[in-house]
Design a protein around this ligand. Structure first.
Ligand code: SAM
Ligand code: DTB
Ligand code: SF4
Length: 310
């Protein structure tokens, strides 16, 4: 299926998309790095790894007040989901995690869907996140299992799958996807699609990132992803996971409006909104809304904020 003629694949993906979802609706998620840099893992793509000199400095965990203010601003700018990222290998019980739990409650009360990405989790930690009001946990498989070993050596694919199980067991929704452009083969991409689609239930949210090649990381010189490779991946993901939100994630700054339009046609229905991802710049929100309008698409309506102020 992955190697079919591109337009046949896109046509089928568009058909699946229209049959299963409101194809005019695009989710706008906003990202905030609440704990930046200094991460002990050696993920070759990541500017936040302490193993590489990228100019990203380790910063302390943000305060709940700072996060609440950022969530309100993101909502006022049109976001409906707010995702908090931490450059942690894993969650450790203690005051930092307690503060993240408070952040989740505050974001939820501000009227946004909540998502966090904090690294590896145990089942009790996943349950605490659920009890704090978390909707989604993001934990990417990034690529196929064989290529994974060349990208990260400080953890393994099984660790990722174990955390995904803990997230599911706690009743949280799963956000899980990957990155294109790290030097992987088509077979590695097919393996990733297979790993994602065989999960039962399938992830509700599937971010498709293209590598943001950051100077100082081992992948700094990787060439950009070919436009048709990205489109093929989006279309295949849509056919394999008809009910998921498929997000055009990192790397959108380098994509033309035309390519994004094709990706929306092929079933992408979520973007990151706002001028920053975690540590790198993102497309500009005014330009994004103008593009949605030109394409006859509309952003998801955010839910109401709670009236009791926090
Ligand atoms: N430390 C946690 C973890 O690794 O799960 C959460 C934060 S980590 C930055 C979240 C995801 O961001 C990674 O799994 C990867 O898919 C994505 N990411 C990181 N750096 C990237 C880059 N330079 N280009 C594209 N995606 C990237
Ligand atoms: C995901 O799949 N992509 C986001 C989010 N989940 C956490 C992160 C992209 C990071 C891009 C590099 C940076 O800004 O540091
Ligand atoms: Fe750390 Fe996550 Fe970056 Fe890997 S991707 S170095 S775990 S912040």
């Amino acid at each position: 299926m992955y190697h079919r003629g591109l337009l046949d694949l896109v046509f089928d993906a568009a058909r699946v998309h229209r049959a299963t979802q409101d194809a005019a609706e695009v989710q706008c998620a906003s990202l905030l790095s609440v704990k930046t840099g200094g991460c002990p893992e050696n993920c070759s793509y990541c500017p936040q790894s302490a193993h590489y000199s990228t100019g990203v400095e380790a910063e302390p965990l943000m305060t709940v007040g700072e996060v609440t203010a950022a969530a309100r601003t993101a909502k006022a700018n049109g976001a409906d989901r707010f995702c908090l990222g931490a450059a942690w290998r894993e969650v450790q019980d203690g005051p930092a995690f307690d503060r993240v739990l408070e952040m989740v409650g505050a974001v939820k009360r501000a009227g946004l869907e909540t998502c966090v990405t904090l690294g590896m989790l145990t089942p009790p930690q996943a349950a605490r996140l659920r009890d704090a009001g978390l909707d989604y946990y993001n934990h990417n498989l990034d690529t196929g299992p064989d290529f994974y070993r060349q990208i990260i050596t400080t953890r393994c694919y099984e660790d990722r799958l174990r955390t995904l199980d803990a997230v599911r067991e706690a009743g949280l929704k799963v956000c899980c996807g990957g990155i294109l452009g790290m030097g992987e083969s088509h077979d590695d991409r097919i393996d990733l699609l297979h790993e994602l689609a065989r999960q039962d239930p399938q992830p509700e949210s599937v971010p498709i990132n293209t590598l943001v090649a950051v100077a100082g990381t081992p992948l700094e010189d990787r060439p950009p992803v070919a436009w048709d490779d990205l489109l093929r991946m989006v279309a295949a993901a849509r056919i394999l996971m008809p009910h998921a939100r498929i997000r055009l994630s990192a790397g959108r700054l380098q994509m033309s409006d035309t390519l994004q339009a094709f990706c929306f046609l092929a079933g992408a229905n979520s973007i990151f909104l706002g001028d920053r991802l975690l540590t790198t710049p993102n497309a500009d929100a005014d330009g994004d809304f103008a593009l949605l309008e030109r394409l006859g698409l509309r952003a998801v309506e955010p839910r109401e904020a709670e009236t009791v102020s926090s």
